[in-house]
Design a protein. Structure first.
Length: 417
């Protein structure tokens, strides 16, 4: 099934609709996606070149069963081995790949599984990513929580027992400025031991400020490392600038963050190349910043409000499992997160093989934890959700389910001294 990204809204003014159509149909109306915008910091890093030269030379059709078997027999997985494990030739060996991944996970993480929850504090966005429910042209209920509302939502989440939170916003500097996000981080440190951020990429000094406010982990999804495809999917806004996004995690580490998360949105472009690029992005940065804690996620496309035709194309659960197991074998010590975009049964299985972290009590809407956690109707308007989730288990249910799977759920393993 082909993806049909573009949607129209009868609520757009004729001028906005015309601009939207122009952006979609006339590439010359769009800005250069490889050119930095004013105010964007340029760091002179060699990571991008290293990653992209490997990806450019990756012809996965050339790998054979022999290469896959050799990769599984090597004690340390080289980049070449990893490429073989990601190739179509590896698909018939999925059972053996999963067994090796499971053994590596056990060596480095025991039978633990980390639990966390995301909190969306705003859904305003100035970008036009055509596949996302928050994009500036999608007709949804927009909302930004006040500091009091954030406090209330965090308290409700903390009362459920959660100790790690991931704060998210849409990408709007004007509506969700750095100081606003900083205040949210300060509040979060009152309630949680670990505070992660998934916000628009910022400069090093801004990451430093957010770290001082209490955040210690930054996740940025590159969406796709295919720059041509990226150009066609991110039509407007600062997110359109591909290289600034690429260097976000490095700026975060330079700003003092303890760790960083990475991912491509599988299904947007060639998923094997995107998986290779995501992992190498981590691999090379880890060598440059050996102290940093790194993690990979593996989101696939999900339907969004006003467009239920979006789907993850050729990335079925089998392929997703292959990618995650290959990640684990290539980088045994890296955290792997599986979000609620995936089904309960897939998540229950993959945490026993390759994944180490799983979200629970998830809502991708704004200000709706009170109603979702307590069943009480919230007294404030709620903002719409970014995408449909597939697994809506509460923390309690997830904790019990993970225990029943023979795993040890962990809410926090970090001590501030
Ligand atoms: S993916 Fe992020 S930046 Fe793009 S429209 Fe959605 S919220 Fe905005």
């Amino acid at each position: 099934m082909e993806n049909s990204f573009f949607i129209d809204s009868d609520k757009l003014s004729p001028a906005a609709l015309e601009k939207k159509h122009r952006l979609e149909n006339d590439p010359s109306s769009r800005t250069n996606h490889m050119e930095y915008m004013e105010g964007m910091e340029i760091i002179h890093s060699d990571i991008c070149e290293k990653v992209m030269s490997q990806v450019a030379g990756y012809d996965y059709s050339k790998y054979t069963a022999h290469d896959v078997i050799a990769a599984l027999e090597h004690e340390n997985c080289s980049i070449e081995d990893f490429k073989a494990l990601l190739s179509p030739a590896a698909e018939p060996f999925l059972e053996r790949i999963a067994q090796r991944a499971k053994a590596e996970t056990g060596k480095h993480f025991g039978n633990t599984v980390y639990l966390f929850t995301p909190l969306y504090i705003a859904n305003y966005c100035e970008n036009y990513c055509v596949y996302c429910g928050f994009n500036c042209y999608n007709d949804i209920r927009r909302m930004k929580l006040s500091i009091e509302q954030i406090d209330r939502e965090m308290k409700i989440i903390a009362d459920s027992g959660m100790e790690e939170i991931l704060i998210l916003t849409g990408e709007s500097r004007s509506k969700s400025g750095i100081e606003y996000i900083g205040e949210a981080c300060k509040l979060a440190r009152k309630y949680f031991r670990m505070v992660g951020l998934e916000i628009y990429p910022v400069n090093t000094d801004e990451y430093r400020y957010l770290h001082e406010c209490g955040a210690d982990y930054v996740t940025v999804f590159q969406e796709t490392y295919d720059t041509e495809k990226y150009e066609k999917l991110h039509l407007m806004g600062h997110k359109r600038v591909w290289p600034y996004r690429f260097d976000a995690q490095e700026r975060a580490l330079m700003g003092g963050m303890r760790g960083a998360g990475f991912s491509a949105l599988l299904g947007l472009a060639d998923f094997r190349k995107d998986a290779l690029a995501s992992a190498l992005h981590v691999y090379y940065l880890q060598r440059k910043y050996p102290h940093a804690e790194m993690s990979l996620s593996c989101p696939r496309l999900r339907p969004i409000i006003n467009n239920d035709k979006i789907n993850p194309l050729d990335v079925h659960e089998t392929q997703l499992c292959q990618v995650l197991c290959a990640y684990r074998i290539f980088m045994p010590f890296v955290g792997i997160t599986v979000s609620s975009r995936e089904s309960e049964s897939f998540r229950n299985g993959i945490v026993k093989i390759a994944a180490t972290k799983i979200s629970a009590g998830v809502s991708t809407g704004i200000g709706d934890h009170e109603s979702k956690y307590s069943g009480k109707k919230s007294d404030s308007t709620e903002g719409d959700e970014q995408f449909e989730i597939s697994d809506d288990r509460s923390l309690d249910k997830m904790y019990n389910d993970m225990s029943a799977e023979g795993l040890q759920p962990v809410l926090n393993d970090y001590i501030y001294v």
